[in-house]
Design a protein around this ligand. Structure first.
Ligand code: AMP
Length: 219
């Protein structure tokens, strides 16, 4: 089963992707995490992507699409692979069309798309309280989902940090792009009959429960 999570920055996509991984054994694929890893390692892709990520702009499609297709090929080749949860990809219609074409060529498809919906007024606050784990990108929030020990990841004990693009101006820029470009994907997947909209402005467990119910109904 291949799932796409669509949601603005701060809507809880990363947190809910982790919950789906635990519940369904699907492999999460966060395009933002992959790009940050490339940047940290100083790969050729990382060097090209860095200025865009630092500004809060979208990285050019051809760079991101290649990276995601590599991830999909590698994860499909794993024994016992059950599918992926895409978080942060696609971000625009050309990326979605390319993904559909490549999956079809490999005899696969996107089975379900979850839209996590949170009013824009709440997102700025959620993002400025966000802390991310250095080792694996686990996500916390100082108010709504704090770690057991401040500054330390509950799951792997690594250091928590605040992302350099979680500053108020960059958050606004990234949200502008989401509400201008990425929301167009909702129509795209609604027309394919794959979209479920979920109210993400609720406690984490309630959102997870509704998401699992929606996915169960689509299987
Ligand atoms: P995220 O962690 O999803 O907020 O992504 C962080 C940054 O990575 C974004 O602000 C973009 O610069 C870049 N990025 C992540 N996913 C994509 C994508 N699908 N297309 C283009 N740029 C992306």
């Amino acid at each position: 089963m291949n799932i796409i999570m669509i949601g603005a920055q701060g809507s809880g996509k990363g947190t809910q992707a982790e919950a789906l991984e635990r519940a369904l054994g699907l492999k999460p694929c966060s395009s933002g995490d992959l790009l940050r890893e490339h940047i940290a390692k100083g790969t050729e892709l990382g060097l090209k992507a860095k200025p865009y990520v630092e500004r809060g702009d979208l990285v050019p499609d051809e760079l991101v699409i290649g990276m995601i297709l590599d991830f999909l090929r590698a994860s499909q080749a794993q024994p016992g692979a059950r599918g992926v949860i895409l978080d942060g990809f696609p971000r625009n219609i050309p990326q979605a069309e390319k993904l559909d074409a490549e999956l079809a060529a490999a005899g696969q498809r996107i089975d379900a798309v979850i839209s996590l919906e949170v009013p824009r007024e709440l997102l700025q606050g959620r993002l400025s309280g966000r802390w991310v784990c250095r080792a694996q990108g686990h996500v916390y929030n100082a108010q709504t989902n704090p770690p057991r020990v401040a500054g330390v990841c509950d799951v792997d004990g690594s250091e928590l940090y605040q992302r350099s693009d979680d500053t108020p101006e960059k958050i606004e820029r990234r949200l502008d792009i989401f509400f201008r470009e990425t929301v167009k994907l909702l129509d795209y997947y609604e027309r394919q009959g794959k979209l479920t909209r979920i109210n993400g402005a609720r406690p984490i467990d309630e959102v997870t429960r509704d998401m699992l119910a929606a996915l169960g109904a689509r299987r």
